[in-house]
Design a protein around this ligand. Structure first.
Ligand SMILES: Cc1cc2nc3c(=O)[nH]c(=O)nc-3n(C[C@H](O)[C@H](O)[C@H](O)COP(=O)(O)OP(=O)(O)OC[C@H]3O[C@@H](n4cnc5c(N)ncnc54)[C@H](O)[C@@H]3O)c2cc1C
Length: 406
């Protein structure tokens, strides 16, 4: 590739914040909320014009379980708050009655604590939640570089309708889903080795109303031989996408649109009962790049006690097998860039573990942990773990399980 030297130019400093959260998916919403509640002046930069990321603009409208499948709740705090807010104006077709209306252990074991929500209503509700807590939101704002001095990010470079400017920051939480900030700043990152299968989840109407079509499953569902893999034949064992380069991600989106067309529109004209109602407005890639972190989570961590646990999550698959993972704070930051933490699908985990850590409840758990830490110390490497854990527990987070494993 031939190169050109971009002339240096002065930038306006368009703001100064204690904490800047990059990306407004579920991780970013949780992080901004926690940092603001901790007393910080918080900015959330989001490149599209709504909150929720893959969980709204990406049409992934299933808030996977907060429980272990054996009747025990595992994820608490903001993870549970965001689940409840996502259905405050009504839910789609899953309502976890035993969990929300006081069921027995047996009833809870029989129905996992998950919901399906309306993407648009959820995005609007989260926006209000953040504004009410004093978070400043800048939409249409892409963070495209960092200025780093002595291992600390002093400014983020952003581009938006006003042009290019710098934002001064005390600390930064990378919730971009792709560890963009970590890469710009020179923190250690890792790329997902297996690549993403094509996905084309879309909404459509039929006689029963507006419905989610889940076209394109995860690797694990395919490997487990899910009976719905047949319906997804067109997506399976085809090209894999890393999801990190402009041309490749454009190919992904175009193929996704084409799959939706072939699946829903080909040969059947639109009508009142046959309407394509929404397609995703951000690419539906599951795993791209993550932090290397000071701890690398693996499936071996199941039921492992973590001294620096900042919350828990379960295995989301099926009825649940009782698995419980504690998230070590070390998986949320590296040691090169002191004032940078990651939350959401970019926390440090290996390829197999990523399939568990990438889902919405874990994004909310890790967002809350990073946001709470951001309000306790400027540098994440200086956070006093006991103080962080106390603050999280005071806010209702359970750090270690208090039941016997069957
Ligand atoms: C096809 C598919 C099906 C899935 N199914 C489920 C499911 O059923 N249930 C479930 O719980 N999870 C599911 N997941 C996973 C889950 O949806 C996501 O992993 C999770 O929502 C990620 O949240 P996040 O906040 O970490 O990142 P994202 O949702 O990716 O949010 C990142 C945000 O950052 C913004 N951004 C990115 N770069 C920048 C930048 N440089 N500057 C500013 N903003 C930036 C993006 O626009 C985006 O809004 C699925 C994922 C896919 C792709």
């Amino acid at each position: 590739m031939t190169k050109i030297l971009e002339p240096a130019k002065e930038l306006n400093i368009s703001g100064s914040f204690d904490t800047v959260v990059v990306g407004g998916g579920f991780a970013g919403v949780a992080a901004a909320l926690a940092a603001a509640r901790g007393g910080n002046k918080v900015l959330l930069c989001e490149r599209v014009f709504m909150l929720g990321g893959l969980g709204t603009a990406g049409l992934v409208t299933i808030y996977l379980p907060l429980c272990d499948g054996r009747g025990h709740q595992v994820s608490f705090g903001i993870a549970e708050e965001l689940l409840k807010v996502s259905i405050q104006d009504g839910y789609e077709d899953r309502y976890p009655k035993p969990w929300l209306e006081g069921g027995t252990l047996e009833e809870k074991a029989a129905q996992r604590y998950l919901v399906r929500y309306n993407a648009a209503a959820c995005a609007i509700a989260y926006e209000k939640l953040l504004l009410d807590e004093g978070v400043k939101i800048l939409y249409g704002t892409t963070v495209c570089d960092t200025i780093v001095e002595d291992g600390v990010i002093t400014h983020l470079i952003v581009e938006n309708k006003s042009g290019r400017s710098a934002i001064a920051c005390g600390n930064v939480i990378d919730c971009s889903g792709d560890a963009d900030v970590a890469r710009f700043a020179g923190e250690e990152t890792a790329q997902y080795g297996r690549g993403n299968i094509l996905a084309a989840w879309y909404y459509h109407t039929d006689e029963e109303g507006n419905k989610l079509q889940m076209l394109g499953f995860s690797d694990v569902n395919i490997e487990k031989g899910s009976k719905r893999v047949g319906e997804n034949e067109a997506m399976v064992n085809k090209r894999r996408y890393a999801g990190l380069e402009a041309e490749e991600i454009t190919d992904f989106v175009i193929s996704s649109h084409r799959s939706t067309y072939n699946h829903y529109l080909l040969g059947k004209p639109l009508s009142n009962t046959h309407m394509l109602t929404s397609i995703a407005t951000i690419p539906q890639v599951r795993m791209t790049r993550g932090l290397k972190g000071d701890y690398w989570m693996t499936r071996e961590d199941n039921h492992k006690y973590m001294e620096d646990s900042v919350g828990m999550f379960s295995d989301w698959h099926g009825k649940g097998d009782g698995s419980v993972y504690e998230v070590p704070f070390r998986a949320l930051h590296g040691s090169k860039i002191k004032n940078l933490a990651a939350a959401g699908r970019t926390i440090a985990a290996d390829d197999m573990m990523w399939d568990l850590t990438r889902v919405i409840p874990v994004c909310s758990v890790t967002g809350e942990a990073a946001g709470t830490a951001a309000a306790l110390a400027k540098n994440f490497t200086d956070v006093d773990i006991k103080s962080l854990q106390k603050k999280l527990e005071d806010n209702g987070v359970m750090l270690h399980k208090n039941w016997e494993v069957e």
